[in-house]
Write a protein that binds this ligand. Structure first.
Ligand code: TXA
Ligand code: MG
Length: 317
């Protein structure tokens, strides 16, 4: 099987209605979608990604009214969060309804839900009677896809259709927060900066790294290209790692190395986030022997970039 890449919503909807998987655009990254209520279809997502079953999926809804299909109760603050950030890159982990298959949530009593803002995703969801369970459309542990071509390059042989909605405007995955006894807790930095969340619900606790076996965003090695990545002071790293084909990922500075990817000449962290995953892929494909990356400013979308860089740099296995 070889994936067709196109913009035909009817084809995508029909495949999803008949238990198939389809890659879809969202504003964050491309997702690999299946009917969230069809356990067999969801299993195909895990198989295509070679994703371990302990890693739960995010359920995508097309309208806040659909939340009741998957969630049994709303903790305090949830409605304000939805009003402030949906549609958009915020996933809420909420108590789940029993109708949501265990394969979606890895048997947890909670489900991650978001309403994406990409117009094509919303149009598709409006044509479907069910929400879509969708992880990022990349092989497990590898760099996330921000164009339809990225999806085709990695998973083209295993999925029947890729809905092409152009390049993702946010470029990093959604922020994930969940309600715990003490209040809202951050599980993953992402498209909505923590600062913005805190304006709406006050202080957000940070989940200690690696406590949750269930948040792959929390696995140490993730988002990783197939060449080594080192993060820190680029000049110093360069001195320590003499190599002919050194590639650098930088916010705005152009280094005198084999290749530099400047993510935002203006120093805009949102623009940098949008360009980030594509830069990792391009550098990997360019024949670079090693990627050195600056540490980004620890604010706004810089935190999401730093988080992914740290995991891209983490040793595997
Ligand atoms: O922006 C995004 O979130 C993209 C697009 C496609 O929506 N999706 C995405 O999915 O990044 P994925 O599978 O790559 O990451 C989903 C994350 C995982 O880290 C998973 O552990 C967490 O969501 N998650 C899902 N349900 C959860 C739950 N019930 N409790 C804790 N974490 C959960
Ligand atoms: Mg992912």
């Amino acid at each position: 099987m070889s994936a067709h890449l196109g913009t035909d919503l009817h084809t995508a909807a029909e495949l999803l209605r008949t238990g198939n998987i389809v890659a879809i655009p969202t504003e964050t990254v491309y997702g690999l979608a299946a009917n969230a209520f069809d356990a067999e279809a969801v299993l195909k997502v895990f198989t295509a990604k070679a994703r371990p079953s302990f890693d739960p999926l995010i359920v995508h809804i097309g309208h806040p009214d659909q939340l009741g299909l998957v969630v049994r109760e709303l903790p305090e603050g949830a409605e304000q969060l939805m009003k402030a950030f949906w549609p958009g890159p915020l996933t809420l982990v909420l108590p789940k309804r029993p109708e949501v298959p265990d394969i979606v949530t890895s048997g947890l009593d909670t489900v991650g839900v978001r309403m994406p803002s990409h117009p094509m995703a919303l149009e598709l969801l409006s044509q479907l009677a069910f929400p879509l369970a969708a992880p990022s459309a990349n092989p497990f542990g590898y760099v996330s896809p921000t164009t339809a071509r990225h999806v085709a390059d990695q998973l083209g042989e295993t999925i029947p259709y890729i809905l092409d909605g152009g390049p993702c405007v946010v470029g990093v995955e959604s922020t994930i927060i969940g309600w715990e006894e003490e209040g809202w807790t951050l599980y993953r930095h992402g498209g909505v900066p923590v600062e913005d969340l805190e304006e709406v619900i006050g202080a957000v606790a940070m989940a200690p790294p690696r406590i949750l076996p269930v948040a792959p965003g929390q696995l140490e090695s993730h988002y990783a290209p197939r060449i080594p990545v080192l993060v820190g002071d680029v000049e110093q790293l360069r001195a320590e790692h003499p190599h002919e084909r050194i590639a650098v990922i930088a916010l705005r500075r152009d280094y005198a190395v084999w290749r530099t990817m400047v993510l935002s000449p203006a120093g805009d962290l949102a623009e940098a986030a949008r360009n980030f995953f594509g830069a990792l892929r391009d550098l990997e494909a360019s024949g670079a022997g090693m990627i050195l990356a600056e540490r980004f400013p620890d604010e706004g979308l810089g935190r999401a970039i730093n988080d992914r860089l740290r995991r891209a740099a983490a040793k595997r296995g």
